[in-house]
Every structure is written in structure tokens, then in C-alpha cells.
Design a protein around this ligand. Structure first.
Ligand code: ASP
Length: 438
């Protein structure tokens, strides 16, 4: 492992000249911050529009053969104001002409969106005096459109080894035929992770506008505490349940190499942020690491006498779901009952077909679908060692008068998931936070 730090700055960190100044100060304060991945300019204020969204809208017009000059002018203005305010020695006029020409020739939606990070990285590289590297030549997707890590590393690692400092646009790479392809939205996080892997970085710093992950949703609990350390596994559990900040796919390239990610705040660089690590010896201060949850689940309750002795019962129920293209979340069961929890959206318009298929396959005595359920995951590596965590969870929920409809503890003892009515969701999260953190 090297002592290199790869730093990625999100859209709000690079939204205007002032943010650029903060970013440059952060980069220059540590000489190990050698490789910089940049997003497109994001929102400057909450009603503002991200450059990426402006580009999508602009391209939509171009693709329909409509005039898009005015829309493109607004994009140029954003970059030009950064350039002039910072007095960067660069002109993007030629680039704008090329891009407009490509739009008129229907260069594709992905190409259009990618220009946001491309142009921003050109400006940032000039401002910092760093090399600019176009990921189109190094970050590669396969024929089927999935990201190709092996080919990417074989191209990117040697390139970066020969360079001292560089700015690399996030969000895109190219297909085998060299057309531009982007990751899904927020994909600059993934680029940062790939670059960190390619240089075998000591650390991947992901700079954003919050000081890391919060223990729970701040829209439910006022000012929740920040998670100081979280493992990749815990993060997967919380992210699946709706906690966001980092793109889900950003974990994999660095995780395999044991490179930690530090989520940091560009506006408060002194905050420690959240460290995401493979394993952690330090038990979190609060036994639990985080609480996350989602609404919008349904449960199919199935009853049949002597179910327990019927070979293949569970498989047949799941086959019925599989035939309808539905995956399940949890499957709590009793001796003669089985419940299958699914996402309500995935069941839409298929309820009858699913029930008919289950009836045909297992002939239940009784069956019903219950809607409006929420799931809450209480996640923490500390739970394995601490006795009484489940007791604490259920007494907190009971005190808050929340009825628990389902309980599931993962085999790794990393999480306990409870199913409750949607209307109890906020009360339950508050009760759990207060029980463990306050
Ligand atoms: N600019 C892209 C987006 O808005 C990618 C990114 O910022 O990560 O989704």
C-alpha cells in the first residue's frame, strides 16, 4: 500500500468559485492528496439546478431536433463565472463548440451528461496546476454495459503510476467501441473508488456537504449523532434500508483491497467525518452503529395445517413468487404458518396472479395479503458482544406503543430487523435512537 490519498469532491463541493477555493485549500494542505476525482457543479442553493440535470434537459431538446442554444448558454455561464472569478488561465469556448456540435449530431444522453464532469475537471486541473486525465481511455465497460474492473485497472494503474498529480472527471468511462457511458446517478463516487484501487491508495477521501453518515435520518430525529466508524458490511445493511450519502457501487473496488473510505465535509474540513473500514476493532460507542428503515412493504401470510411436514413447501411458495418476477425480503415462519415479506411495488398488479400460483402449488388453508408495513434495521457490529440488545430494542418499542409484527436477526448478528405498521415508523425510529444513543 502506498501513502497516496485519492480525493473525490461532489457537486456541491464544486458548485461555484468559492467552493473551488475551499477544495484547492484542502488538496494543497496534504501532499499525499495526489489524485482528484471531480463531479459536475451541483446546486449552489436549494432551488438551483445541477449542471448534470441541465445537460440532460438540453440534450433532450437536441435529440428532438429542437433549438437548445439558450439552455446551453446557461451551462456555459456557470463554468465561465467560475473561470473568471478564479482567474484561471483556460478557455472552454472551443470545448463548448465541440459539445454543441456533438449534441446536434445526437452523441447520446450519456455523452451529454458526462460533459458536466469533463468540463469541471478541466477547470479544476488548470486551477490546481495538475494534469487532466480523460477517463474515456481508461475506465472501461464491457459489451453488456457492466463495468469491467480488470480491464480498467490494467489501463489506469500504469497510467497513474507515471504521474505525480492529476484531476480525473468522475461519473463516466467508455464502451468497447469507445462511446461514452456513465455510471448511474451519483456515479463519481464509483470513479473515486476505482482510482483509489488503481493506485493502491492508503485512503479514499470522499468530500461532500455533510460530516459523514448520521446514526439515523435527521428528518425524523433532530441532530442525530454522526457515525465515526462503520464497516463495509454495516454500511451495506444501512444503505439497503435507505440510508444514502455514498453510491452503493462505490464500496466494491476499494473493499476488495482493504482501502478505507473517509466521508468528509468540504465546508467543515476539521470534522472527522465517517470512516468506512473492512474490520473494526473499536466497538462503537453506542452498541449500535445505525438505524435505517423503509416503508412500502407487504406481507403474504400463508396458513396450512401440517405445513411443517410437507416437503418442499417453502420452495414451492418461493417458486410462485419467482414465476411472477418478485424477490422476497424476509420469510418468518411458524409451524403451520409462513409469511413472505415483499416490496409492495413489486407486487402491484400481480396480487391475483401470485395468490393463484401459490394456491396451485401448495393449496393453503388460508392466505391473505397485508399492506402498509415498514421495516427498520438496527445495525451494529457491537451487538454480537453486547447482551440484552434485543431486549432493549423491544422494550423501547413497547414503551413507544409500537406493535412489532415481525422480527428477523441476521446470522452474522450484525442486524436486527423489525417489521411494524407504517404509521408507527417515525415513533419507532425515535424510540430506538433514544434508547441506544441519548
Ligand atoms: N454529476 C452526476 C450526478 O449528478 C454524477 C455525480 O455527481 O456523482 O449524478
Amino acid at each position: 500500500m502506498s501513502n497516496i490519498k485519492v480525493v473525490k469532491f461532489g457537486g456541491s463541493s464544486l458548485a461555484d468559485a468559492n467552493q473551488f477555493r475551499k477544495v484547492a485549500a484542502i488538496i494543497k494542505s496534504d501532499e499525499n492528496r495526489r489524485f482528484v476525482v471531480a463531479s459536475a457543479p451541483g446546486k449552489r442553493f436549494s432551488a438551483d439546478v445541477k449542471i448534470t440535470d441541465m445537460l440532460y434537459a438540453c440534450y433532450e431538446k437536441a435529440a428532438k431536433g429542437e433549438a437548445f442554444d439558450k439552455d446551453f448558454d446557461a451551462i456555459e455561464k456557470r463554468y465561465n463565472s467560475i473561470i473568471s472569478e478564479l482567474k484561471v488561465d483556460i478557455s472552454l469556448e472551443k470545448e463548448y463548440e465541440n459539445i454543441k456540435d456533438a449534441f446536434a449530431h445526437r452523441a447520446g444522453r450519456d455523452f451529454a451528461a458526462s460533459r458536466g464532469e469533463y468540463l469541471n475537471s478541466r477547470v479544476l486541473a488548470a486551477f490546481l496546476g495538475y494534469d487532466f486525465i480523460d477517463p474515456a481511455g481508461y475506465i472501461k465497460f464491457g459489451e453488456d454495459g457492466s463495468f469491467d474492473l480488470e480491464t480498467t485497472l490494467s489501463l489506469l494503474s500504469p497510467k497513474l503510476k507515471s504521474i505525480e498529480n492529476a484531476v480525473i472527471p468522475g461519473f463516466y468511462g467508455s464502451m468497447p467501441n469507445d462511446t461514452i457511458k456513465t455510471f448511474s446517478r451519483g456515479g463519481s463516487d464509483v470513479t473515486g473508488s476505482i482510482v483509489a484501487r488503481a493506485v493502491d491508495a492508503e485512503l479514499y477521501e470522499n468530500w461532500t456537504d455533510v460530516s459523514g453518515f448520521l446514526i439515523c435520518d435527521p428528518r425524523i430525529v433532530d441532530n442525530p449523532k454522526t457515525i465515526t466508524t462503520i464497516t463495509y458490511k454495516e454500511l451495506r445493511e444501512l444503505a439497503y434500508m435507505g440510508a444514502t450519502v455514498l453510491h452503493e457501487d462505490a464500496i466494491f473496488p476499494v473493499r476488495a483491497a482493504g482501502i478505507p473510505i473517509n466521508i468528509k465535509n468540504t465546508n467543515h474540513p476539521e470534522d472527522r467525518g465517517t470512516m468506512i473500514v473492512s474490520e473494526s476493532a473499536d466497538i462503537s460507542k453506542y452498541v449500535i452503529t445505525g438505524i435505517a428503515g423503509k416503508k412500502g412493504f407487504s406481507v403474504i401470510n400463508i396458513e396450512k395445517d401440517m405445513m411443517n411436514s410437507e416437503l418442499g413447501f417453502g420452495r414451492n411458495v418461493l417458486r410462485a413468487l419467482e414465476k411472477n418476477g418478485i424477490s422476497f425480503e424476509h420469510m418468518p415462519s411458524g409451524i403451520d404458518t409462513m409469511s413472505v415479506l415483499v416490496n409492495t411495488d413489486s407486487l402491484r398488479d400481480k396480487e391475483k396472479s401470485v395468490l393463484d400460483e401459490i394456491t396451485y402449488r401448495v393449496h393453503p388453508d388460508h392466505m391473505e395479503i397485508e399492506n402498509n408495513l415498514a421495516l427498520i434495521a438496527i445495525v451494529g457490529r457491537g451487538m454480537r458482544k453486547a447482551r440484552g440488545t434485543a431486549g432493549k430494542i423491544f422494550s423501547a418499542l413497547a414503551e413507544a406503543k409500537v406493535n412489532v409484527k415481525m422480527i428477523d436477526q441476521g446470522s452474522s448478528e450484525l442486524n436486527i430487523i423489525v417489521g411494524i405498521n407504517e404509521e408507527d415508523f417515525e415513533d419507532a425510529v425515535k424510540a430506538l435512537y433514544n434508547a441506544f444513543v441519548k
